[in-house]
Design a protein around this ligand. Structure first.
Ligand SMILES: Nc1nc2c(ncn2[C@@H]2O[C@H](COP(=O)(O)OP(=O)(O)OP(=O)(O)O)[C@@H](O)[C@H]2O)c(=O)[nH]1
Ligand SMILES: [Mg+2]
Length: 256
């Protein structure tokens, strides 16, 4: 059974028990790289994602004596992946299982950005929402009630204007609080129609325990119900053939 740390190696993340892994996700052009630069300064490394022509940027920062490895994911509107960028972002969140995921959202068009936030919250509860471009929003007379947003989403929300560095210290503190367990998010769960919820429960119950340790079972059940071949095909690459065989046997829709 592969461990989470083994899966991280597939993304060129070397195991480092001292360091926490943090992903930066978000729609295109929301300021992810600006935040990445503000957090990591010159401690950066860029290359391609293994097997892809999509650029990968990794960097480190130290906060309150703790080391963080930050990964700047490609900009995506969705994790229901079609493009190479979406597949990279989804696979990283699902398989590298970061200790925290910062979803950077554009304060000037928050509603559109929340779609990805909700999708990320279905995969992991270790989420912080960073509402960036607050200066632009102010200029357009848009007011964001971040406390209300945090209550509604059930995850911490930090407001930033990253180009001028505003809020970046608070974001660092938020990441540290989340990783150290001082904040425990309780993401709002999307509840589907009763028939779908019923089916999800039944599928979830049939997912073998070892696989549940590796992936969020509810999320995996949704992908199986969706017959989401792209995700299931990728999951196969991360499982031993015997484990995949068990999934295939139980769920006839899993690709061969
Ligand atoms: N006014 C303002 N501009 C910002 C802020 N954050 C980023 N920008 C600008 O927004 C543009 C996009 O920023 P990036 O950091 O490249 O955005 P990104 O999310 O990495 O973009 P992709 O990687 O293409 O998805 C740049 O011109 C930044 O200087 C901010 O808080 N306020
Ligand atoms: Mg970028």
């Amino acid at each position: 059974m592969p461990q989470a740390t083994d899966l991280r190696k597939m993304f060129n993340i070397q195991p480092d028990p001292e360091a926490a892994l943090v992903a930066l996700a978000g729609n295109p052009n929301t300021g992810k790289s600006t935040i990445f630069n503000a957090l990591t300064g010159l401690r950066q490394h860029t290359g391609n994602w293994p097997g892809k022509t999509v650029l990968q940027a990794r960097g480190t920062f130290i906060f309150r004596g703790h080391k963080y490895i930050l990964v700047d994911l490609p900009g995506t509107y969705s994790l229901l992946a079609n493009s190479a960028e979406e597949i990279v972002a989804r696979n990283f969140l699902c398989f590298a299982r970061p200790d925290a995921t910062v979803v950077v959202a554009d304060a000037t068009c928050l509603e559109r950005n929340l779609n990805l936030v909700l999708q990320v919250m279905e995969i992991t509860s270790r989420v912080i929402v960073c509402v960036n471009l607050m200066d632009e929003a102010r200029r357009k007379n848009i007011f964001i009630d971040t406390e209300c947003l945090a209550r509604e989403l059930g995850v911490p929300v930090v407001a930033t204007a990253a180009r001028s560095g505003q809020g970046v210290a608070e974001l660092k503190a938020g990441i540290d609080d989340l990783v150290r367990g001082r904040i425990v998010p309780t993401p709002r769960r999307l509840v589907y129609d009763p028939e779908i919820e019923d089916a999800l429960t039944r599928v979830e119950q049939q997912i073998p325990g070892e696989i549940k340790e590796l992936f969020n079972a509810r999320w995996l059940a949704m992908r199986i119900l969706d017959n989401d071949r792209s995700t299931l095909d990728n999951i196969r690459q991360y499982l031993e053939p015997a484990e995949w065989g068990v999934l295939r046997e139980r769920f006839k829709y899993c690709p061969t």
